[in-house]
Design a protein around this ligand. Structure first.
Ligand code: ARG
Length: 482
């Protein structure tokens, strides 16, 4: 049997393989809400402009709402022979209301319909993702405030570089996520033009009102070029690009969690809720959730790559190639959403081992730069020379097999006579971080100020910086080191 929606000139139905490769209902059924909303807006506009009678409109709208209830209630039977969500919905509508259903497709095509549906879906998804990003940010800000005075090693090249505060490190991710939310919001702004009424590719001879449907669907305006409207997938590419960058940030953070929670580092302990045991090694506590977040970027960037390659070289306007946009995009956006949720859970439950972090922060002569800075500041020695002198001081400590804090004033003087006992003040990791008060620096006081700024921005309620010295002591004693 030929297709009842478009089979007029076909003598037979499609080959089974043709049906399989052609159908998108297996994945585009999740657009049902957007598809029905688009159709209701379209039918309403057709009636307002006199293209459709009010009786037909009423029948169509009521019928569509019934179809919506059936799909939501799980009683709708999707048919692969009907290819996609658009024809599944319309065909069911015809079963319900008869011929009036056939008038719904006046002045539109599945090409503008699918572009509209998918844009609406992506727009809704962006809105959810932005909220999820902000929820993760808030979890990080809350933790950062608690850990504003917790000292950990700061790394470059994954080698201990200078002490930093754990709160500062966490707030670095809050900044990244803030840019992610901004990129998503930006993609949403550009996306928000309605393709509906562009019809197959050239527009339509009916006196439709595209501004009306645009407004009903929450778009800012209709798209200005029908060829572009039905062949544009920038909106999902942009969203996937923003999603990829966000996933990259999550992957970096996840990697740090994996490193920090290892026995060798022991900086943090991830909760039982986000770790698993090993079936053979009873002592193990594996950071699976973090590892999976680290990995999800693969499929998210994969979706971006896949779709940009699909679009490359496609002549205007619509081609069926574009049906390949949905599966990968759904998977990528689902994956990002899940990753954000997992990260939020892990951050909230994570406990820091203050002792391990502090000991590690003090190792490796991490306050050497503070000595050089002191030589510059107090003795007016040029930085290059100060650097050299400090190198010699480090060599003395290495020979004595002690940290910089273990050096006596004689040790210092053996390198440079001009040094006096005031230098001892700058040798502790606490002094080192407290001194880094430059805007954006790691000092606890800065962390508390930035945390308050973010809390204000994220909650819309004014937050004052917490006072210093409110550090919760203890944290987590054994640090999850088995
Ligand atoms: N299922 C199709 C898609 O996802 C809908 C548009 C079909 N248009 C067409 N001219 N065959 O792209």
């Amino acid at each position: 049997m030929s297709n009842k929606m478009w089979g007029g000139r076909f003598a037979t139905g499609p080959d089974a393989i043709m049906e399989e490769i052609n159908a998108s209902i297996g994945f585009d059924q999740r657009l049902f809400r957007q598809d029905i909303a688009g159709s209701i807006a379209h039918a309403t506009m057709l009636a307002e402009t006199g293209i459709l009678t009010h009786e037909d409109r009423d029948a169509i709208v009521a019928g569509l709402n019934e179809v919506l209830a059936e799909i939501e209630g799980g009683t709708f039977t999707f048919s692969r022979a009907l290819e996609d969500i658009h024809m599944n919905v319309e065909s069911r509508l015809r079963e319900k209301i008869g011929d009036a259903a056939g008038r719904l497709h006046t002045a539109r095509s599945r090409n503008d319909q699918v572009a509209t549906d998918f844009k609406l879906y992506v727009r809704d998804t962006i809105d959810t993702l932005v909220i999820q990003v902000q929820t993760l940010q808030l979890a990080l800000v809350t933790k950062a405030e608690e850990e504003a005075e917790t000292i950990m090693p700061g790394f470059t090249h994954l080698q201990s570089a200078q002490p930093v505060t754990f709160g500062h490190h966490l707030l670095a991710y809050v900044e990244m996520l803030g840019r992610d939310a901004g990129r998503l919001a930006d993609a949403r702004k550009r996306l928000n033009e309605s393709p509906l009424g562009s019809a197959a590719l050239a527009g339509t001879p009916y006196p439709i009102d595209r501004y009306m449907t645009a407004e009903k669907l929450g778009f800012d305006r209709p798209t200005a070029n029908s060829l572009d409207a039905v062949s544009d997938r920038d909106f999902i590419l942009e969203t996937l690009a923003a999603a990829s960058i966000c996933a990259m940030h999550l992957s970096r953070f996840a990697e740090e969690m994996v490193i920090w929670s290892s026995a060798q580092f022991g900086f943090v302990r991830l909760s039982d809720k986000f770790t698993t045991g090993s079936s053979i090694m009873p002592q193990k506590r594996n950071p699976d959730a973090a590892e999976l977040v680290r990995a999800k970027i693969g499929r998210i960037v994969g979706a971006l790559t896949s779709l940009i390659v699909v679009m490359k070289g496609l002549p205007l306007a619509y081609s069926k190639d574009m049906q390949e946009d949905k599966e990968v995009a759904f998977d990528a956006l689902d994956s990002l959403s899940l990753s954000l949720a997992a990260m939020t859970g892990m951050v909230g439950d994570m406990t820091a081992n203050h002792e391990r972090m502090r000991v590690s922060a003090a190792a490796g002569f991490s306050t050497a730069t503070d000595i050089a800075d002191w030589l510059v500041r107090e003795l007016n020695i040029p930085f290059r020379d100060a650097h050299h002198i400090t190198g010699q001081i480090v060599a003395v400590a290495e020979k004595k097999n002690c940290g910089l804090e273990g050096l006596t004033i004689e040790d210092f003087k053996s390198v440079d006579e001009r040094i006096d006992s005031r230098v001892h003040k700058v040798l502790t990791v606490e002094a080192s971080v407290a001194a880094r008060k430059s805007y954006g620096g790691t000092a606890p006081i800065n962390v508390l100020a930035q945390a308050a700024r973010w809390k204000t921005a994220l909650t819309g309620k004014a937050h004052e910086p917490k006072p210093l010295g409110k550090k919760k002591h203890g944290g987590h004693g054994d640090g999850g080191v088995e």
